[in-house]
Design a binder for this molecule. Structure first.
Ligand SMILES: CC(C)(COP(=O)(O)OP(=O)(O)OC[C@H]1O[C@@H](n2cnc3c(N)ncnc32)[C@H](O)[C@@H]1OP(=O)(O)O)[C@@H](O)C(=O)NCCC(=O)NCCS
Length: 259
């Protein structure tokens, strides 16, 4: 049975989505438009989740967010190997949402587009260090016997719980989702460590961003970002001697029943 999250959850507001967009562009300099990001949230608001602390204090400061794209199998499999790029995901065509009237379960891949833990998550540490009550409140229920449960564990568990709960009600008005697995294009050292810890493995698809000097007498300011794609099975791309600013790696964790 689905267990409730130790965090409170709400939908991601427009203001918060703007913040997420800016943060994402810093971590992952792909040509994503804000409109496209908003279309993803709007097409499946249930899996674009804002978390706040679940305790007696009436804090509404988010401790973290997750945005998950529910993709039909064929698009998800293409995304895993780079045949479709993340920025090209079209919610109308590729999300599983549109076909509720169909009776057979839909095979779905859940792609984590963005996950981020905010400073409010660390409020308890601030309280310990300074003795002063921080603006944000303590996140309760996140300590287990063996140590701290990461935000990513709780966020992914909430996604799983929501899909499970929706499936449990999937009588006539909701097409059941047969979840094949989770994926994430890891862009930061923290993201890479986190998803590896959670059992995600690389598919072999990578995106490498390189700052290229395209200055000329008429455009002395011009530095552009070039993207290099590495596909599964490909061992090398040309010389990337300098200017690499970011390297993203597609990772996947299949659900046991789907293999
Ligand atoms: C990814 C994230 C949500 C995971 O949160 P979490 O589940 O609470 O896990 P933590 O952040 O505590 O730990 C993740 C690991 O990354 C490490 N880490 C955190 N920030 C790091 C950084 N800036 N550079 C390198 N490693 C970092 C942690 O030390 C930890 O390593 P460990 O497991 O060896 O101790 C959180 O680190 C975050 O919000 N990071 C910023 C946004 C981001 O990078 N998102 C992922 C993009 S793919």
């Amino acid at each position: 049975m689905a267990t409730p999250s130790p965090l409170r959850t709400s939908q991601i507001s427009d203001d918060l989505l703007r913040t997420i967009y800016a943060s994402d562009q810093e971590m992952y300099p792909a040509p994503l438009t804000y409109e496209r990001l908003r279309s993803w949230r709007d097409a499946c608001p249930e899996l674009s989740i804002c978390f706040t602390a679940n305790d007696d204090h009436d804090s509404s400061e988010p401790v973290g967010v997750i945005i998950v794209l529910p993709l039909l199998k064929k698009y998800w499999e293409d995304l895993l190997v780079g045949k479709i790029k993340e920025v090209d995901v079209d919610a109308k065509e590729m999300f599983v949402r549109g076909d509720r009237e169909l009776q057979a379960p839909a095979e779905v891949g859940l792609h984590v587009f963005h996950i981020e833990r905010f400073a409010a998550w660390d409020a308890e540490d601030a309280l310990k260090k300074t003795g002063a009550r921080p603006a944000a409140v303590t996140v309760r229920g996140c300590e287990d016997g063996g140590g701290k449960t990461g935000f990513a564990d709780l966020a992914l568990e909430e996604v799983r719980r929501r899909v499970e709960a929706a499936n449990a009600e999937a009588e006539n008005n909701w097409r059941r989702w047969d979840v094949l697995g989770f994926s994430a294009l890891t862009a930061t050292p923290a993201g890479k460590k986190t998803f590896a810890r959670l059992g995600f493995v690389p598919t072999g698809y990578k995106e490498i961003f390189q700052l290229v000097d395209t200055r000329s007498p008429s455009t002395p300011e011009n530095m552009t970002v070039a993207t290099h794609y590495v596909y599964p099975g490909q061992t090398q791309i040309g010389e990337l001697s300098s200017g690499v600013i970011s390297e993203s790696e597609m990772t996947v964790r299949y659900c046991p029943a789907s293999r």
